[in-house]
Ligand binder design. Structure first.
Ligand code: BDP
Length: 717
């Protein structure tokens, strides 16, 4: 109690001395404490020429004002006679300045130059681009340079996004519940739109623009046809107008059966002329109100959603029919490859590939096939999806999950850019060595016209947007990787920490280490050595290796771990489901033999006896225990590091993270104990000495129920 009172007191007294505001995310513009640096910036960039007063120009102006008032405590001068900061598109620059910049071919339409020019007495920083959107991105990078305390006189940056469609996917329902959402309700207040424009919409757009996100799918993939009605189109229009100056397009999910559900037609057969016309009219209606509407994301014939298969038609028929409807308006269709069926006996990990690979090259030019990073479902670790590289004539869009459905929901600190980086760096070998997933989705290895990356959002009405203070890092990191999928997780961690908290190395260095290790910790205490999908049923929070009676076998845990007296793991080699055959020969060769399979994927591809001898010389059973234990110890390590960070962090964030780490540790132990007790029934082996004595038995863990665990959407009830 005393401790509690003391910490509340500490929060009260110290909240005055901290200006970090969780709501402001990584756009913290606190005063630069080092006066010399602040003075140098002031002398370098305080006289500004801004060559636009368009809506995006106004956004730029306001952002600079905010940054200068905060970081430098000055009002920027925008009407300077001799400007030293010039912000204008290339066509508006004086020829003499234009000459100082690299050739315009060095950037694409969304790219920018950030170039410092020193000439005799005159020094200038130029921010320029082909379009105003590029200019906005350049300005955000310029501000970031000051947040990072970098030397402006060394700036010589030509940067462009490597991926075209950089989108958040909101799994938000019209009743404001959020499927797999752990940060409160949906930020879209549909009921009060279009009249009420909340400040959050503007701040959301600003935050996204700062990391280069250029589109947002506002509605759940388990979609509701109502959002296509005229009333909702007006609401959508209002949001589109808020986002437009920030370079963000709006998209919707399209319910395939909408023509029937609206009461207009009796079928949704994609080859039916009336159905085609219905979608064409719907597209025309939307574009008449929102000329830059992005298009539709579709989940069809997956987990009970309607789709073309209901009419004996294929995914190509469905996607192309919608693609034709939006094509005259430059819209796109993102058609999800997340399909699997309980009627098929085939290993769920194989089904999307089996179904989609034969469609390669058959989709219209404005269709992207959106593929989850792994073949099962956003697990703490999965090998990359075998479709990457397997459909060379079809643009494939990456789908990552930023919200932590399977990674501890609202309470676990897990830095996901590390997971994303691992997937993007994987070599598919589909076009020879070095055919990484990153190079496939950014189009480097093909002439694909369209490229994209989607992240299932972790944003809600929580005052800090993401609930867990470190959830912000995952939103930020997704944006950075969508801009450039070859950005390192380490750079992202360092930038985010500096921009959000402080640039002091006593904070940044240990915290970077903590963030980078946090993903391996969660893998260790949840699903080590290639185990997967052994979470509790439905809500997916906490362990559930015993889950077996579900409406479909591939929703159970026993389907995936196959623990029995003879061993554990899913045989996906030629003696088992042969999911391996969907990968390149190089991967097949390596992974078909357990001795050459990386430990991290061992039980994903192999079913092995409990006493199988691992590379370490220990048995498999021992190594499983060692990994669970290591995961727990890693969380303890995170706690220790965090304890030393108090002086650098807003006290409320410090305490909240402390409490969340306590929960995380408790849950990590629960995972360890429950899984080890469960597996022991089959292995019959004693736990190694380093496993603390268990005080509860397996039945205790099985009996734990979590009613009202968040994240389950009404679409599943
Ligand atoms: C699963 C989620 C479910 C989603 C589905 C999807 O449990 O809520 O609707 O993925 O991506 O992971 O469509």
């Amino acid at each position: 109690m005393k401790k509690y009172i003391l910490s509340v007191f500490l929060i009260m007294i110290s909240s005055f001395s901290f200006s970090q505001k969780p709501y402001d995310l990584w756009l913290q513009y606190d005063k630069i404490e080092d006066q010399a640096i602040g003075d140098t910036y002031k002398s370098q960039v305080s006289n500004i020429y801004l060559g636009t007063n368009s809506p995006t120009g106004i956004v730029i102006k306001e952002e600079i004002e905010k940054a200068f008032k905060g970081l430098l405590e000055i009002e920027p001068k925008f009407d300077a006679k001799t400007p030293n900061l010039i912000i204008a598109t290339l066509d508006k620059l004086d020829a003499s300045i234009r000459e100082e910049l690299p050739d315009s071919s060095k950037i694409n339409d969304e790219g920018y130059f950030l170039q410092y020019i020193s000439e005799k007495e005159e020094n200038k920083l130029i921010i320029s681009s082909k379009t105003e959107k590029g200019l906005l991105y350049g300005v955000f990078n310029f501000i970031k340079q000051m947040q990072l305390r970098n030397d402006l006189s060394k700036l010589s940056i030509s940067d462009s996004p490597k991926i075209q469609k950089r989108l958040l996917n909101h799994w938000d329902n019209l009743d404001r519940s959020v499927e797999r959402g752990y940060s409160g309700f949906s930020i879209w207040d549909w009921y009060l739109l279009p009249e009420l424009i909340k400040q959050e919409y503007i701040d959301y757009a600003r935050a996204n623009a700062s990391i280069g996100i250029n589109g947002t799918v506002l509605t759940n993939v388990n979609s509701n046809a109502l959002v296509l009605s005229p009333r909702y189109i007006q609401k959508l229009k209002a949001l589109a107008e808020v986002f437009r100056p920030y370079g963000i397009q709006v998209y919707l999910t399209a319910r395939f059966s909408a023509p029937i559900e609206t009461g207009d037609l009796e079928t949704a057969d994609p080859l039916n002329a009336e159905v085609k016309q219905w979608w064409k009219n719907k597209a025309d209606e939307i574009y008449a109100e929102i000329p830059d509407f992005g298009g539709f994301l579709v989940k069809a014939n997956s987990e009970g959603q309607p789709g073309p298969n209901n009419y004996g038609r294929s995914h190509v028929d469905g996607a192309n029919m919608l693609a034709e409807a939006v094509a005259p308006h430059n819209g796109i269709i993102m058609w999800r490859a997340f399909v699997y069926s309980e009627e098929k006996p085939e290993d769920r990990a194989k089904q999307a590939y089996s179904e989609f690979k034969p469609f390669d090259g058959k989709f219209k030019d404005n269709v992207l096939v959106q593929v989850k990073n792994g073949a099962i479902d956003f697990q703490p670790r999965e090998p990359f999806h075998p479709l990457f590289g397997a459909m060379p004539n079809t643009p494939l869009m990456m789908e990552f999950q930023i919200t932590q459905e399977y990674l501890g929901g609202m309470s676990h600190l897990v830095f996901l850019p590390k997971l994303f980086e691992e997937v993007l760096e994987e070599d598919t070998y589909t076009q020879g060595k070095g055919s990484t997933v990153a190079k496939i989705i950014d189009g480097q290895l093909s002439n694909k016209k369209l490229t994209g990356m989607a992240g299932v959002a972790n944003i809600g009405t929580a005052k800090n947007w993401t609930g867990h203070p470190f959830g912000q890092a995952n939103w930020y990191g997704f944006g950075r990787l969508a801009w450039n999928p070859e950005t390192s997780a380490k750079t992202i961690a360092q930038d985010w920490l500096k921009m959000t908290f402080t640039d002091k190395s006593d904070f940044v260095d240990p915290m970077t280490k903590l963030l980078l290790e946090s993903r391996e910790a969660v893998v260790n205490y949840m699903t080590p050595l290639g185990l997967h999908h052994i979470m509790a049923a439905n809500h997916h929070q906490g362990p559930g290796p015993w889950v077996k009676d579900m409406p479909r076998p591939d929703w159970t845990s026993v389907y995936y771990h196959k623990a029995a007296a003879d061993g554990i793991g899913f045989d996906r080699t030629s003696s088992g489901s042969n999911a391996l055959e969907q990968y390149s020969p190089e991967i097949q060769k390596k992974y078909s033999d357990p001795t050459t399979t990386p430990d991290k994927y061992l039980l994903w591809f192999h079913h092995l006896p409990w006493d199988y001898k691992m590379k370490s010389g220990k048995t498999l059973c021992y190594e499983i225990a060692a990994h669970y234990q290591k995961g727990v110890e890693q969380v303890e390590g995170m706690q220790k590091t965090w304890q030393k960070m108090q002086e650098y962090v807003n006290p409320q964030v410090f305490e909240k993270t402390n409490m969340l780490l306590n929960i995380q540790l408790k849950e990590a132990k629960k995972w360890r104990n429950a899984c080890l007790l469960y597996f022991q029934q089959f292995s019959k082996m004693d736990f190694p000495d380093f496993i603390p004595k268990m005080t509860k038995d397996l039945n205790y863990y099985k009996s734990l129920k979590l009613p009202y665990a968040p994240g389950i959407s009404p679409s599943w009830n």
